[in-house]
Design a protein around this ligand. Sequence first.
Ligand code: HEM
Length: 521
Amino acid sequence: MLGVAALVSSIALTLCYFILVPFINYFRDPKGLRKYPKLSFWSGISDLPFIYESHRGFRSNAVLKAHRQSPVVRIGPNALSFSSPKAIKDIYGHNTACTKDLFYQELAGSHFHLADVIDKSDHARKRKMLSSAYAIKNLEGWEHKVADMTGRMIRAFDARCMAPLVKGQDPSQQDLTVDYRMWSNLFTVAAIANIGLSEDLGFLDRGDDLITSEAADGTLKQVHFRECLSATAWAQSNLVWSYSWYKRFVTLSNLVSPTYRQKWRLNKDWDGIVRNRATTRFKRYQAGEKLDDFFTAILHDKAGTPNNLEWGEMVAEVSIMMNAGSDTTAIAMNNVMFLLLKHPACLNKLREELDGALDDDEDVAPYDKVKHLPYLRACLDESMRLLPPTTFGLPRRTPAEGAPVDGDFIAGHTSVSISSYIAHRDPTVFPEPEQYRPERWLGDAGKELQPYFIAFSAGARGCIGRNISYLEQMVVLASLLHRYEFALPHARWEPTRRENFNLSPGPMPLKIWKRKCLSDA
Ligand code: HEM
């Protein structure tokens, strides 16, 4: 009898917690959020509709459609999405009163890293520690590492070159020898491992991403880097949106879903990859090796004074470096190649610029020769405008006393965000936003667009790695387009795309052959 009573009361309590309390809160509306249109009928009551959209694979596109009705959309009981470019400064600008939202805390490991730390002074400490390593003046120091990786990519691509494509024909299946999505990712992981940890992963020489993962007990095994990182992003980006329930969702998904079980297992392997990178590099430091890389900046300042970080914090910084430092740039590289192949007039114009700047026999484009090429930069920026690698609305939290956003007063402790995918489609700033038009970035008109370009976010929490990313993107794209021709499988070919935290394209098989003018030279 007692058992039945306990069961009934726990069901009643659960129903009350999940249904009654959210309903009451919705109608009480203490923050005045009910006036905003909702992403879906239930979005004011529960985060589950947003979690459902995540599983469908392209949240930002669903939010974009909702923004056609309103510049502010309620995407969860406590979460607003903005679309107006005016909201950028309020949410992300240098003087914003908003902080990173609880989202970052939920996803953090035992220690915060530069990207997920919430406390502003702790962030300032970390950013100061790492800023010299990432500074623009240090790019020269990293250029030879990027050049080395580009040279290896060229060797791999030379070996996969086919006979030129016959005009008017599509490549045959066996001629599609380069999965550019994979190769650009092998490149960025290998490059950041070299720049960040002085480690040679050999990915570009072998053409695979096999890497050692180290369990907490020291057991080692070989895993695939891309599979582990992508499974982690898939699972986390599906479930995190109901912050207070996230940890329970992780447990539950592990119990009931074989797919999730597999993803969380790969997530452990991802942690093991990071652990092994950190322990491997630390052993070299202990052995007295003096290495010029980001890890050195984590260990001590330029004068050699130790930073005395806890081991967990060092591992966390290695984690964000290997993650943010590889996935985003690889997506950007893939997208710009795709868009240029889809827009031959832009590709020809870029080739003309590159051929004017580079010698015929130059394999790897020297950064000095390409860094100021206006059309190259315009092609990259237009690609990151149309398809920003990181598409989701980066969640910020209003301060306790509330804050103005886009002319509205938003109550305290509310989650606010603006997705770059949406902001970059504002036709008042970017006319014909769905068109790939690098020309819009040229000259003074192009400079005026910069405050509305948020692929790297903005303000104090903007991307610290953007200079490294431009270095990699420019050198690789210039070198490859100068040396090769590429063809997509056919004229209407499109990649699959899934939005985890980044908008991740699927494989992009290409045919590749040497450019005639160069092979004749
Ligand atoms: C196309 C390439 C890249 C894109 C689109 C990109 C985008 C972004 C964005 C949107 C943020 C803000 C994240 C947030 O607020 O949650 C960010 C922050 C960050 N990015 Fe990047 N990123 C790129 C390349 C890189 C590279 C190459 C590195 C490292 C080498 C890097 C390291 C970081 C770090 C550490 C942060 C946190 C900065 C802070 O909070 O102070 N990123 N990035």
